[in-house]
Design a protein around this ligand. Structure first.
Ligand code: TXA
Ligand code: MG
Length: 356
């Protein structure tokens, strides 16, 4: 299958891009499109082939449900049978935006979307191309992130092309994603509402509307507590090489990584760092996510950097870390997954040991 790549900033091509995308979606085919978080791999919720095609193209396990994307004016009762008042308040404040709500599903919604659950994930993205596509087609679109299962989510059309070339007929290119981490998923069917995946909308922002919101304990504590969002249990976001995180103050982190680099001499070593430190490391590949003072910018570049370490064929990776305030919460959640929890531990003698 040939994969067309259409740039949506140029008006003439964009018109054609929308028309072609809508034709394909209604015919049960799949189209990748930009959102403000990451690129989505879309299928029209009204076609079984379109929904099946998503799982095939990604190599996604069928027990992992999809997010339904909607647009302003869409009648939510088509997909959700109950919208609690607290969910209405969140929608009014944060939609369109990087927030996905878990609601009780409407009768008649395909079990392919919900993986047989009684609930459905719904989100209204803010990217103008995503909104325009749905508004013009008058359709809700089911879409996971447009990466091959297990790879970092795509934050540019080039990332989508890398993973989906030959697998889907069309990619709408809306430029690099502004947020670069996936949406925050909040389960509104439990009391108090629970964050199942930290993301582009921060806990602090949610708490402004829902002061009693809590976090899924499966996200933070011991490995034997299974996270509630089916997708959170899979190995995700991981570069091919093993990756270790440094902890503590920026200086302590630098010391730990320098020591780790020493111990890993002879391997092709990669370091994920910040502008403030990027000249301090002697490694084969050093990538900066931007200034430590700009965590939003760091988040926006994380998935691209993880992909680049694979391209560079690094054999061992080290990364700096940031605090978990604001976007730092979602950023560190993805980074911990990329590292499989492995940390570099400095000891009292100034030495460092690589530990699992
Ligand atoms: O930012 C985003 O959310 C992106 C863009 C494309 O919108 N989408 C995205 O989709 O990240 P995906 O499929 O990669 O992640 C969806 C997550 C999975 O972890 C899935 O298990 C969870 O949402 N999910 C979907 N339906 C659910 C449900 N009914 N209950 C609990 N978790 C659900
Ligand atoms: Mg995903």
């Amino acid at each position: 299958m040939e994969t067309r790549w259409v740039k949506m900033e140029e008006t003439e091509e964009a018109e054609e891009g929308y028309a072609e995308a809508i034709r394909l979606l209604l015919a049960g085919q799949n189209v990748a499109f930009p959102t403000e978080t990451v690129y989505g791999l879309g299928g029209y919720i009204g076609t079984e082939e379109g929904l099946r095609g998503i799982f095939q193209a990604k190599g996604r396990p069928s027990d992992n449900p999809l997010i339904v994307h909607v647009y302003p004016g869409y009648d939510i009762s088509q997909v959700a049978r109950e919208v609690p008042a607290s969910a209405e308040s969140l929608m009014a404040r944060y939609w369109p935006g990087p927030m996905t709500l878990i609601l009780k599903k409407a009768e008649g919604l395909s079990p392919l979307i919900t993986a047989g659950l009684d609930t459905v994930a719904v989100r209204m993205p803010s990217h103008p191309v995503a909104l325009e596509l749905m508004r013009r087609g008058q359709i809700a679109i089911a879409a996971p992130s447009a990466n091959l299962s297990g790879r970092p989510s795509p934050t540019t059309a080039a990332h989508v092309y890398e993973d989906m070339k030959g697998r889907i007929p069309l990619i709408l290119d809306g430029g690099p994603c502004e947020i670069g981490l996936e949406s925050t998923i909040i389960d509104m069917t439990v009391n108090p509402p629970m964050v199942l995946r930290p993301g582009g909308l921060t806990l602090e922002e949610i708490a402004e509307v829902l002061p009693d919101v809590c976090m899924d304990p499966g996200l933070t504590v011991q490995k034997d507590v299974v996270p509630k969002a089916p997708g959170m249990k899979y190995r995700h976001y991981a570069p091919k090489a093993p990756m270790w995180m440094a902890l503590g103050t920026p200086d302590a982190q630098e010391t730990q990584i320098r020591q780790g680099l020493q111990e890993a001499k002879g391997l092709r070593r990669g370091v994920l760092t910040v502008d403030e430190h990027c000249r301090d490391y002697d490694a084969e590949v050093v990538l900066s996510l931007g200034s430590r003072r700009d965590p939003e910018g760091m988040a926006a570049h994380l998935f691209d950097a993880l992909r680049r370490f694979d391209e560079e064929q690094c054999e061992i990776l080290f990364t700096e870390t940031i605090g978990s305030e604001g976007i730092g919460n979602a950023f560190m959640n993805r980074l911990r997954k990329a590292c499989g929890g492995k940390t570099l531990k400095g000891d009292n003698h100034g030495g460092t040991s690589i530990s699992d």
